[in-house]
Design a binder for this molecule. Structure first.
Ligand code: MG
Ligand code: ZN
Length: 178
């Protein structure tokens, strides 16, 4: 379902899930240390297209491995490593993460909208209703819905419920075509 055109405004923001969108998903596991953080090869070419189009790009990531005490490196160390892999002009504005366990019922774990509301609080000029959320799980799509954002699904299989792309690069290429 790739038919809807994209409308971008100067108060649009782009929200990206982390695992499975910008770095390789570790199935049934977490990125617990920097050596397990594997940037997807599509990310940098995608950001070269998307970064100039959006004045604000955020990463929103559930990291329950922190709450479970599984981390070997701190999340800040892992994210500093990630940022060091990106050229300066492609950096996101901010990375938000939820460290809590699902059972803790916090306000920030996706699909709850807490991390989108935090970004709105930090960058009041953004309009969530003009913003996009790219993710590879249904929880990301529900997060988009709960935040009033447009959901973009990353999957190898087409999904009739969402605009679906095989990678963030595929989305970026479609974005500039319309
Ligand atoms: Mg994901
Ligand atoms: Zn949380």
């Amino acid at each position: 379902m790739n038919s809807q055109p994209f409308l971008i405004h100067n108060n649009s923001a782009l929200f990206l899930d982390r695992d499975g969108v910008i770095n390789k998903l570790r199935v049934e596991d977490y990125v617990k240390q920097t050596s397990e953080f594997e940037l997807l090869p599509e990310l940098i070419p995608a950001l070269k297209i998307l970064r100039p189009l959006f004045s604000r790009i955020f990463i929103v990531t559930n990291q329950q491995g922190i709450g479970k005490g599984l981390m070997i490196d701190s999340i800040d160390k892992i994210h500093d490593h990630f940022l060091s892999l990106l050229p300066k002009e492609l950096q996101p504005n901010k990375i938000y993460h939820c460290p809590h366990l699902k059972e803790e019922a916090c306000v920030c774990r996706k699909p709850k909208p807490g991390m989108a509301l935090a970004a709105k609080n930090d960058y009041p000029e953004i309009l969530l209703s003009h913003s996009f959320m790219i993710g590879d799980s249904i929880s990301d799509m529900d997060f988009a819905k709960n935040s009033g954002m447009k959901p973009i699904f990353i999957s190898k299989q087409d999904n009739q419920a969402y605009q679906t792309y095989t990678s963030i690069l595929h989305f970026a290429q479609a974005f500039i075509k319309v």
